[in-house]
Ligand binder design. Structure first.
Ligand SMILES: Cc1cc2nc3c(=O)[nH]c(=O)nc-3n(C[C@H](O)[C@H](O)[C@H](O)COP(=O)(O)O)c2cc1C
Length: 303
């Protein structure tokens, strides 16, 4: 049977529906090429801000065997100007989506405008970022702020804009609704879930930042529910992310309504082979169930 793994996401054509999630493997052209060669259909960069940031003090990662990991990196990145230098004249064989963050709508839009020089195929807005005027609140926790960020970035660039939602909110559909009203081209769900761990011998928090964000297998059921609900309520394309570590996880996301899935912690556990493994599992599943195109599986779990 002739299988077609290609998908279209907003106006982006991808050879297959697997993407590297933001923040995994940093921001580096040579690593992007290695991930593309391993089979990813698209790549999302680590989140880029206006200014360089060192990130939080060590330890920044705590592994919880079989469940996932808690990270508190604190958005370390070299800043947009350095990224422009490093990426200028670089060509990639797969679509590269630039993840950006800011503490105000203007900051997001300024970063996006600067990155236009690199001819990005799209932007992903990391909304899990502290918001300047509201101490302790994230941009992605405030529906009005989400509307303003999406609206301003959309009016500043001429490429698709995706909003990456944080699960750390009371009503994620309200946040998604703001993004959709502001004209977002797609939703990415989800970022990490707030979490912490305490060292019982030292009797203090393990992470340098005290708390962080949980990723990996333990957040998959949370993300699947969110993707399912988003699919029921909105027409924009959805990208699922959270705990994908094998082909069955990816299929579950497609059935819930995701058109593509991103892989983050799974790359840290299994290495870059994870892309090839999931693609071959996906092909076998499609053959076994009589699907010719991935698009036929998207949302099929709702019937
Ligand atoms: C070490 C680490 C760094 C991350 N950095 C970012 C980041 O810079 N921007 C972002 O939007 N998400 C970031 N994330 C979140 C992931 O992109 C993803 O949403 C989350 O880890 C859930 O997917 P997973 O279970 O496949 O890892 C990071 C995750 C990890 C584990």
């Amino acid at each position: 049977m002739n299988l077609n793994l290609e998908i279209e996401l907003a106006s982006i054509r991808m050879d297959n529906p697997l993407m590297l999630a933001s923040g995994i493997l940093g921001i580096c052209p040579s690593l992007i090429r290695r991930v593309a060669a391993a089979g990813a259909g698209a790549i999302v960069t680590k989140s880029i801000g206006l200014k360089a940031r060192e990130g939080f003090p060590n330890p920044t990662v705590h592994i919880i065997k079989d469940y996932g990991l808690i990270n508190a990196m604190g958005l370390p990145n070299p800043g947009v100007d350095e990224v422009l230098e490093e990426f200028k004249d670089q060509k990639f064989s797969v679509p590269v989506i630039y993840s950006i963050y800011g503490s105000s709508p203007e900051e997001y839009s300024n970063v996006a405008k600067k990155l236009l020089k690199l001819n990005p195929v799209a932007f992903e807005l990391n909304l899990s970022c502290p918001h300047v005027r509201e101490v302790g609140q994230m941009v992605g926790q405030d529906p009005e702020m989400v509307y303003k960020v999406v609206n301003l970035v959309k009016s500043s660039v001429n490429v698709p804009v995706f909003a990456k939602l944080s699960p750390n909110v009371t009503d994620i559909l309200e946040i998604a609704c703001s993004a959709v009203k502001a004209g977002v081209d797609g939703i990415v769900a989800i970022n990490t879930v707030k979490a912490m761990a305490i060292d019982i011998d030292l009797r203090k928090p393990v992470l340098g930042n005290v708390y962080g964000g949980l990723s990996g297998p333990s957040i998959k059921p949370i993300a699947i529910k969110i993707v399912y609900d988003l699919f029921e309520n909105f027409k924009v394309p959805i990208v699922g992310v959270g705990g994908v570590s094998n082909w069955k996880d990816a299929i579950e996301y497609f059935l819930a309504g995701a058109r593509a899935v991103q892989i983050g912690s799974g790359v840290l556990w299994k290495g870059l082979n994870i892309f090839g493994e999931i693609l071959s599992g996906l092909r076998k599943y499609m053959q076994g169930h009589g699907f010719k195109r991935v698009e036929e599986i998207v949302g099929a779990g709702h019937k």
